[in-house]
Design a protein around this ligand. Structure first.
Ligand code: BGC
Length: 359
């Protein structure tokens, strides 16, 4: 047996659905998950002196999550990120999706997977086996074809590792692209801006965007641009402000190309490191893309779980996923799921610490 698993009631949604909480714990890693949106609400890891802190943004209760549109800690589906104009064609048929971001579709629509109450399909017996949450998304939900059965499993397979596995099947051709949407602040949630965090992204291209943050279709080189994170560097640097792509969306909110061929074996995608606490996290994934979102829309109106307002950049999201608007971009890796196929995707967050910097 490795680690513990605790299960208990968390709250009741406005529409009267009961939400549960599941906590997986090992000596130096503790994660709390709720069935509302299969969300991570707490993630505690040690700094270089062994002091544990919660490194994800979130709220103190269910009503916080129900009121917010920031997707804190959520499982996103059916389709993470944007689908242009809320429409796509598949096998000669046109589909119209919910338009919840201007004229575009974002993160699965008005009531995406992040707002559904998931079922606990399997649990334990310990933290290393973890918990599997599942849901059925009926045909027509938010405009999508096909009834999709989706699951997400959270577990702590090693002392320093949170692993998230996704599965999905469908009874009719559809598109699926799930991701995890925790906002990280390795100094601890509620401790202010993340600009000094050092980020590495293992990608030499990204997908530039145009109007409405929709990819132009180009896979642009990062070299010589503020999108070059091939070597670790602080997220916030003055020289990046005037880049047209940064201006276009008001900060970092782009997809990096980890692979242009679709799903692959689990590989290193990014590393985030916070110099003063020494906390680090490596993101590994089977997904071909990584959205780095700088928390640009946080404006201080949301009060976090420790009572501190979350302002711009107080947490950042590193979201392994397929590229935005893939259903309308045949050259991007496909997000089509057909009957008889099983979509499998995995993301691992591996925590550690770094030595203090010299000087
Ligand atoms: C998107 C942002 C969006 C945010 C909402 C991110 O995944 O890339 O554009 O504003 O989610 O929380």
């Amino acid at each position: 047996m490795s680690g513990t698993l605790d299960r208990g009631p968390y709250g009741t949604t406005r529409s009267g659905e009961r939400v549960e909480s599941l906590t997986l714990a090992r000596p130096a890693l503790r994660v709390r998950i709720i069935t509302f949106g299969a969300r991570v609400t707490e993630l505690h890891v040690p700094d270089r002196r062994g002091r544990m802190r919660d490194v994800v943004l979130g709220f103190s209760d269910l009503s916080g999550y129900e009121s917010s549109d920031a997707y804190f800690g959520a499982t996103i589906g059916r389709y993470a990120n944007r689908i242009a104009g809320g429409r796509f064609s598949l096998d000669g048929r046109d589909y119209r999706l919910a338009r919840n971001e201007g004229e575009h579709h974002l993160h699965g629509g008005v009531r995406g997977f992040d707002r559904r109450v998931w079922r606990v399909a399997r649990e334990g017996p310990d933290a290393s086996e973890g918990v599997t949450l599942s849901l059925t998304s009926p045909a027509g939900e938010e405009g999508y074809p096909g009834t999709v059965r989706a699951s997400v499993r959270y577990r702590l397979p090693a002392a320093d590792e949170l692993r998230i596995d996704y599965e999905a099947t469908t009874d009719e051709a559809t598109v699926v692209n799930m991701t995890h949407h925790s906002y990280l602040n390795l100094a601890g949630e509620g401790s202010g801006a993340t600009g000094a965090h050092r980020l590495t992204i293992a990608a030499d291209r990204f997908t530039p965007v145009g109007e409405g943050s929709i990819p132009t279709g180009e896979l642009a080189r990062v070299e010589g641009t503020p999108f070059d994170f091939r070597r670790p560097r602080p997220i916030a640097v003055d020289s990046q402000r005037d880049h047209p792509q940064i201006r276009q969306v008001g900060g970092y909110d782009h997809n990096w190309v980890l692979s242009s061929d679709g799903m692959r074996p689990l590989a290193h995608a990014a590393t985030l490191a916070e110099p003063s606490s020494g906390r680090t996290v490596e993101v590994w994934t089977t997904e071909p893309g990584l959205q780095f979102y700088g928390g640009n829309a946080l404006d201080g109106s949301a009060l976090g779980k420790s009572g501190v307002p979350y302002g711009r950049g107080h947490g950042i999201a590193l979201e392994p996923q397929h590229f935005p608007d893939s259903p309308n971009r045949p050259a991007f890796p496909s997000t089509v799921l057909r009957p008889g196929e099983v979509l499998r995707s995995a993301t691992v967050l591996r925590f550690g610490t770094s030595a203090p910097e010299e000087g």
